[in-house]
Design a protein around this ligand. Structure first.
Ligand SMILES: Nc1ncnc2c1ncn2[C@@H]1O[C@H](COP(=O)(O)OP(=O)(O)OP(=O)(O)O)[C@@H](O)[C@H]1O
Ligand SMILES: [Mg+2]
Length: 251
C-alpha cells in the first residue's frame, strides 16, 4: 500500500504557491531523506502531509486517508518547538501527547506508563524520565521529541531537521535506531536535514525540493554533483569511494 500519495498537489501559503503540481507515491518501509535549500519548502511540504497546512481535498492521501484522518498513524518532530518553558519532566512531556491527547496532562493508566517508558528506552533516554525539561540540553530535548514521535506505533514518521541539536555520536545512534525500526516494523520515515552525509548509508530514496518542485528518486540517481549543484545553486561535489558517498562543497 502507498503510505503517501500526492496527486497534482499545489501547496500555498497565503497567496504564494510554494510547491506546484507534485506527484509522488511513497511505499511502506522506506527511509527517505528530504533535501533542498533554505526556504525551498521542506517544512511546508511536511506540514501539508500532516494536514497542518490545508490543501485541496483528495490531493494528499496518507495510508489511503486524508491527512486529518491519518493523523494518529503519524509521528512528527517539528523543526522548532519551544520546550524550555514547559514545567514538566521528560515522562510527563511525552504523556502530553498520549492517545492523541490535546491539552493538559491526561490521566495515565499503567499501560500508558509502560508505553511511555518503552519509547524512552528506545531512544536511550530512560534517565531523562524524571528530569525537568528546563534542565535538559538541546540534544536531550531532541531525543525526547523522538520518543514522543514513536508513541502509539506510528506507520509514518515525519522529522523536520531532527539532528540540528545532536552531536555526531547521537546522530549515528538515532539513525541506527530509526533504520532498525524501519526494517523491523516496515515504517516509512521522512527526514529533512542540511547535513547530507550521515544519511547516505540509511536512505532508500531522496526527495529534492527546489524551484516549487519535489522530486523523488533513488540515492544514486539524485546524489550527484550535477543534481545537487543545480538544486543549491552552488558548487557541490559528491565523492564516491568503494563503500561511501560524501557530499562536500566544491570550493
Ligand atoms: N506564512 C507564510 N506566508 C507566505 N510565505 C511563507 C510563510 N511562511 C513561510 N513562507 C515562505 O515559504 C517558503 C518555504 O518555507 P519553508 O519553511 O517550507 O522552507 P524550508 O525548506 O523548510 O527552509 P529551511 O531549510 O530554512 O527550514 C519560504 O520562502 C518562506 O519564506
Ligand atoms: Mg524548514
Amino acid at each position: 500500500m502507498n503510505v503517501i500519495e500526492c496527486q497534482n498537489l499545489d501547496v500555498r501559503l497565503g497567496s504564494r504557491i510554494i510547491l506546484s503540481r507534485l506527484n509522488l507515491e511513497i511505499k511502506e518501509n522506506q527511509f527517505i531523506g528530504i533535501f533542498g535549500p533554505n526556504g525551498s519548502g521542506k517544512t511546508t511540504f511536511m506540514k501539508a502531509l500532516l494536514g497542518i497546512i490545508p490543501c485541496a481535498e483528495n490531493k494528499i492521501k496518507i495510508l489511503g486517508n486524508s491527512p486529518y484522518k491519518a493523523r494518529k498513524q503519524i509521528g512528527y518532530i517539528p523543526q522548532y518547538r519551544d520546550m524550555e518553558s514547559f514545567q514538566l519532566a521528560g515522562r510527563e512531556f511525552i504523556a502530553t501527547s498520549i492517545r492523541g491527547h490535546k491539552w493538559g496532562l491526561p490521566f495515565l493508566t499503567k499501560q500508558d506508563l509502560y508505553h511511555i517508558d518503552a519509547v524512552l528506552d528506545h531512544v536511550h533516554a530512560k534517565e531523562l524520565a524524571g528530569v525537568p525539561l528546563s534542565e535538559m540540553s538541546g540534544g536531550q530535548r531532541q531525543r525526547l521529541l523522538l520518543a514522543q514521535a514513536l508513541l502509539g506505533n506510528p506507520q509514518l514518521i515525519i522529522m523536520d531537521e531532527p539532528f540540528s541539536n545532536l552531536d555526531p555520536k547521537w546522530v549515528k545512534i538515532i539513525l541506527s535506531l530509526l533504520k532498525e525500526l524501519q526494517e523491523r516494523r516496515g515504517l516509512t520515515i521522512l527526514l529533512s536535514t542540511h547535513d547530507l552525509n550521515p544519511l547516505m548509508k540509511v536512505m532508500d530514496q531522496v526527495i529534492c525540493i527546489g524551484n516549487q518542485k519535489a522530486i523523488l528518486g533513488d540515492v544514486n540517481q539524485v546524489m550527484t554533483s550535477d543534481v545537487l549543484t543545480q538544486l543549491y545553486g552552488f558548487p557541490i561535489e559528491v565523492v564516491k569511494t568503494d563503500q561511501h558517498l560524501f557530499v562536500t562543497t566544491a570550493c
